[in-house]
Design a protein around this ligand. Structure first.
Ligand code: FAD
Length: 443
């Protein structure tokens, strides 16, 4: 069955009961729908937006990460000249406060149209069915009834439609209304304000990608005592650049007005002004959402399943790496025709969030809690030390590809290399930090 070409095509009726109903057709929804269908399951997707509508966000990924997935052809841009700045900045452009740290690793931006088409094409080829509507409720019926021996999940849409499936998988993003998770206090958000456009002078060097520019000599001492932010920027070619003032994470998040003002100050300090705005990005998403309750009778994936990396904010690499394993776990559980939605979901949660990943999630959250307390100079010193770690350690940390012992070794090495002011900031337990460490031992 072809993917929807227009609104009228979307209302294709589903079979009475799918194996899995995926809610949401963002990156997570399309990725997992294709992976589940590749396991031979009957998959339907319910989305309140046209699955072919362009996604609002821009998705970046490390080059080697996308290479290892065999998907480098889905990148729209790729940079080898990748740098960060952790000095304070200074008037002399060649001075020590302006020296870049060279990352020596490629960074890429997905061509998001190609990424979306990649998953839509797989879904089309594998017979995924499409429904248009907003999921507003979930119930269970037919428990051990004659027609549905194992019971089914029934999703109700805002329009009153009822869609039935053996398992519901929520990929509706971090604002999911159906997924249950514990309340662990305030959730920190990464906020960023960015502009794609043209500038009176180049905001970054030719062919350069800047992961983090923490220079702050454009700010007054009062501004420097406020929560820090950094520049994420890239040369898009042909005189176009993307510049984004970004905060690590904060609860409540830094306001967009503050970020916009800081971006303008930063650019003005380097003699740069925006001459044409092509696109403005207002980015806000949670960085330390608690892991979902693994006893609930539905499954989740992507932002809804707290899969955003608590240290880096990245998700797409994790979707691509973890979807096949999760799909296999769900397919194996579905092989038992008597399995209830709760049993299928439990098998899915075990596949998605095994103990090792839960331990790492606790460690990352612990680290983020620490960093959110760091004032500007200490944060710069922390990142200078972090990127001085051997490349496999810092890149494995950021891509979540280290084992728990490897992750602990990287953290201990960082502690050993760090200046005293950073070590002091890392010592002692405040707020939720003890609970985070407790979850490392008992995830
Ligand atoms: C501005 C921005 C930039 C980011 N940059 C990166 C990056 O560079 N790299 C990276 O890896 N990550 C990045 N992220 C983080 C993360 O990858 C994104 O948040 C990602 O879009 C989450 O994907 P998702 O599919 O889980 O959710 P979403 O993208 O939010 O998609 C959810 C979908 O579900 C639909 N939906 C919602 N509710 C319902 C409902 N009740 N019923 C039916 N449908 C529903 C929505 O319409 C939407 O289509 C960024 C996030 C933002 C906000």
């Amino acid at each position: 069955m072809t993917p929807p070409e227009s609104r009228s095509d979307v209302a294709i009726p589903a079979s009475p009961c799918s194996d899995v109903l995926v809610i949401g057709a963002g990156p997570a929804g399309l990725c997992i729908a294709a992976a589940l269908a590749a396991e031979g399951l009957q998959v339907a997707v319910l989305s309140d937006a046209d699955p072919q509508a362009p996604w609002p966000n821009t998705y970046g990924i490390w080059g080697e990460e996308v290479d290892s997935l065999g998907l480098a052809h889905l990148l729209g841009h790729r940079w080898s000249h990748t740098v960060s700045y952790f000095g304070p900045g200074e008037a002399d452009p060649g001075g020590p406060g302006n020296q870049p740290v060279l990352h020596g690793r490629d960074y890429g931006l997905f061509d998001k149209v190609r990424l979306q088409a990649h998953w839509l094409e797989q879904a089309r080829r594998l017979g995924v069915r499409w429904h248009r509507g907003e999921a507003v409720g979930l119930a269970f019926e037919g428990e051990r009834g004659a027609q549905e021996p194992a019971g089914v999940s029934v999703v109700t849409t805002a329009a009153g439609e009822r869609l039935r499936a053996r398992l519901v998988l929520d990929a509706s993003g971090h604002r999911s209304a159906l997924v249950q998770r514990p309340d662990e206090g305030p959730v920190a958000g990464q906020a960023a304000y960015g502009v794609v456009g043209r500038f009176t002078a180049a905001p970054v060097e030719p062919d350069q990608f800047v992961l983090m520019d923490f220079r702050c000599d454009h700010l007054s001492p009062e501004q420097r005592s406020e929560p820090p932010s950094f520049l994420y920027a890239m040369d898009l070619g042909e005189g176009r650049y993307f510049v984004e003032e970004t905060s690590l994470a904060l609860a409540p998040p830094l306001p967009f007005d503050t970020l916009r003002q800081r971006l303008e100050l930063r650019l003005a300090h380097r003699g740069v002004a925006i001459s044409a705005v092509e696109h403005e990005e207002f980015c806000l998403f949670p960085m330390n959402l608690p892991l979902p309750d693994r006893q609930q009778p539905l499954l989740a994936f992507g932002g809804a399943a707290a899969m955003v990396h608590p240290a880096s904010g990245y998700l797409v690499g994790a979707l691509l790496r973890r979807a096949p394993g999760l799909a296999r776990a769900v397919a194996a559980a579905c092989a038992d025709g008597q399995a209830s939605p709760a049993t299928l979901a439990a098998a899915g949660w075990a596949g998605l969030w095994p103990q090792e990943l839960r331990r790492k999630h606790a460690l990352y959250q612990f680290g983020l809690d620490k960093l959110m307390r760091f004032p500007e100079a200490r944060l710069r010193a922390f990142f200078a030390t972090f990127f001085a770690l051997p490349e496999p350690q810092w890149s494995g940390f950021l891509t979540n590809t280290l084992s728990v012992p490897q992750l602990l070794a990287a953290m201990l090495r960082l502690f050993a290399l760090a200046p005293w002011e950073v070590r002091l900031g890392l010592l002692g337990l405040q707020g939720r930090e003890a609970a985070r460490l407790g979850r490392l031992l008992r995830p």
